[in-house]
Ligand binder design. Structure first.
Ligand code: ADP
Ligand code: MG
Length: 212
């Protein structure tokens, strides 16, 4: 079966041109299955192996509804490690070149918090970070999630393995109920069902098999 083109999605012409510039010509299977639903505002639980293109899937979905004129955090991506948060932020920045002045900030642990607080004072549209550090910023009041549209749990299985269930729950409790929640994972441990039952609204489940 031919891979569907990104042009079949309701995304901006500028984003389509940018995807072509980045060399993303056709959607990967996880992108083709998740993007129509994510762009329609559905909550998703998407399972696909590493390297299948999950970052571009949620990156396009979270950038689509952003309002560049509002400098509050509108999208939050939680990742298990600083390295993964850096990679995700880099990919979202590439995707965001299609939009006007979207600021993407990483807030991970293992680095001093002071400069992060300074950066937050200038505002950020998208925050990518690790659960512990995001929790710290929420407790200090340096990060506010009242204007959040999109919450992404990336590598949810690894975050649960690392014991982040309670941190994730505490973070989600500080976000608006009307947000969209997108959960991505390579495997499907029981904790994911618990998170879904507590925090997701009729999530659509997508699974891309390892073999094609
Ligand atoms: P995952 O999160 O599923 O492990 P990534 O989002 O890290 O996967 O993507 C893996 C690689 O695939 C990255 O190098 C990314 O640039 C590339 N990629 C993503 N989407 C596409 C696409 N539609 N066409 C070509 N390459 C893509
Ligand atoms: Mg990934």
């Amino acid at each position: 079966m031919a891979s569907p083109a990104f042009s079949s999605l309701s995304i901006s012409p500028a984003m389509l041109v940018n995807l072509e510039t980045l060399g993303y010509l056709a959607m990967t299977p996880i992108q083709a299955q998740s993007l129509p639903l994510a762009l329609a505002g559905r909550d998703l639980i998407a399972q696909a192996k590493t390297g299948s293109g999950k970052t571009v899937a949620f990156g396009i979905a979270l950038l689509a509804p952003l309002n560049p004129r509002f400098f509050g955090c509108q999208a939050l991506v939680l990742c298990p490690t600083r390295e993964l948060a850096d990679q995700v932020a880099k990919e979202i920045r590439r995707l965001a070149r299609a939009a006007d002045n979207i600021k993407v900030l990483t807030l991970s642990g293992g680095v001093p918090i002071g400069p992060q607080i300074g950066s937050l004072e200038h505002g950020a549209h998208v925050v990518v970070g690790t659960p512990g550090r995001i929790q710290e910023h929420l407790r200090k009041g340096t990060l506010v999630l009242d204007g959040l549209n999109s919450l992404v749990l990336d590598e949810a299985d690894r975050m649960l393995d690392m014991g982040f269930y309670d941190s994730i729950a505490e973070i989600i409790e500080q976000t608006p109920a009307r947000r969209q929640t997108l959960l991505f994972s390579a495997t499907y441990p029981a904790g994911i069902e618990q998170l879904a039952a507590r925090f997701m609204r009729q999530p659509q489940r997508i699974e891309v098999a390892s073999q094609h």
